[in-house]
Write a protein that binds this ligand. Structure first.
Ligand SMILES: C[S@@+](CC[C@H](N)C(=O)[O-])C[C@H]1O[C@@H](n2cnc3c(N)ncnc32)[C@H](O)[C@@H]1O
Length: 280
C-alpha cells in the first residue's frame, strides 16, 4: 500500500468521516433527488466541516483579499463546501484537494449539481506528495485539515513553493494546550486522526521558520469550545429526529465524535488557532 493510500484508509478511524453520504440523506429529507440541480446555499448547513460555517470562509476571503481573479487552493477540502462558497460568492478559481476518495467523489458531484465545475476543480490526493506540475496559487486556505498531516516542515515548504510572491496562506487548525498523556495522544491519533499538534508558540515559529511573515494569529479556543458545546447540545436535542432520518449507527457515530471534541476543548487540552501568513 502506498503512503497516500495508507493515510486514506487510516483517516477513517475518525467517526466524522464514516458516513459521508449523510449529506444526501439530508437532501432527500428536503425533497431533493440524488441527482438534479442544487444551490450552494441549500448545501451549506451540511457541507461545512469546520466551525462557524460560511462565516469562517468569508473571514478568510476578506483576510487574504481573494477576488474574482484569484486562484485559490484549499488543502483538505472535504465535501467541497468552503470551495463552492468561495467560487459562488467571489468568483475565484478554486482547486479543492481532498485525501479521501469517497469525499472527493461526492464533493465533485455536488459541485456539478451546483453548476460550478468551471470554477471549482476537485482533485484527490495527499498534499504531502501530490504532483502540482508547475501550478501556482495566489492564496492557500485550509480548515481543520492541517493537524491531520504529519511532517509540518514538508507541508509548509510545499505551501511556500506553490504560492506566488506576496501570496497568502490562511488556516484554521488545532493545537495542543497541554502535554498529552500517552493514552490521550493515542486517542487523538485514532479518533481525530491527529498527526501534528504543536503548542501555540511552536505553531507560529514553524510558519516563520518556513519563510512566512505572520500577518495575524488568533487564539480561537474559547470560541470553538462554545461552538462545539452548542453543536453537541443541538444534536442531542434532535436525537429522535436524527435516528429516524439517519439510523442508530450514524447517530451514535456522530455523537461519539462531537462528545470527544467537546471533552478535549472543555478540559482546556485542545486549542484552536486561526492565522494569516504571507510569502515574503
Ligand atoms: C475536518 S475536514 C474539513 C473539510 C473542509 N475543509 C471543510 O471545512 O468543510 C478535513 C479534511 O482534510 C482532509 N485531509 C487530511 N489529510 C489530508 C492530506 N494529507 N491531503 C489532503 N487532504 C487531507 C481530510 O480527508 C478531511 O476531509
Amino acid at each position: 500500500m502506498s503512503e497516500s493510500n495508507r493515510a486514506n484508509a487510516d483517516i477513517k478511524s475518525m467517526k466524522l468521516y464514516h458516513h459521508v453520504d449523510r449529506v444526501l440523506t439530508e437532501l432527500r429529507q428536503m425533497g431533493k433527488e440524488d441527482e438534479g440541480p442544487l444551490s450552494v446555499d441549500e448545501l451549506t448547513p451540511f457541507d461545512q466541516l469546520h466551525y462557524h460555517g460560511t462565516e469562517a470562509v468569508d473571514y478568510a476571503v476578506r483576510a487574504t483579499g481573494v477576488s474574482a481573479s484569484s486562484s485559490v487552493l484549499e488543502i483538505g477540502s472535504g465535501l467541497g463546501g468552503p470551495a463552492r462558497h468561495i467560487a459562488a460568492t467571489v468568483g475565484a478559481q478554486v482547486t479543492a484537494l481532498e485525501l479521501q476518495s469517497d469525499q472527493n467523489q461526492l464533493a465533485s458531484n455536488l459541485t456539478a449539481r451546483c453548476g460550478l465545475t468551471e470554477k471549482v476543480t476537485h482533485t484527490c490526493g495527499d498534499f504531502l506528495t501530490y504532483n502540482w506540475v508547475g501550478q501556482h496559487f495566489d492564496v492557500i486556505v485550509s480548515w481543520l485539515a492541517l493537524y491531520h498531516i504529519p511532517e509540518r516542515d514538508v507541508l509548509l515548504k510545499r505551501c511556500y513553493g506553490l504560492l506566488d510572491q506576496g501570496g497568502y496562506l490562511h488556516a484554521e487548525d488545532l493545537y495542543a494546550r497541554v502535554q498529552f498523556t500517552d493514552s490521550e495522544r493515542s486517542e487523538l491519533a485514532t479518533e481525530l486522526f491527529a498527526n501534528y499538534l504543536p503548542d501555540y508558540e511552536s505553531y507560529c515559529r514553524d510558519l516563520e521558520r518556513a519563510g512566512f511573515e505572520l500577518v495575524s494569529c488568533q487564539e480561537m479556543s474559547d470560541e470553538w469550545t462554545a461552538f462545539t458545546r452548542e453543536r453537541m447540545a443541538a444534536f442531542r436535542e434532535q436525537k429522535s429526529r436524527h435516528i429516524d432520518v439517519h439510523g442508530e449507527a450514524v447517530f451514535a457515530s456522530m455523537d461519539d465524535f462531537y462528545d470527544l471534541v467537546v471533552r478535549y476543548f472543555t478540559a482546556g487540552k485542545l486549542g484552536g488557532i486561526r492565522f494569516v501568513a504571507r510569502k515574503v
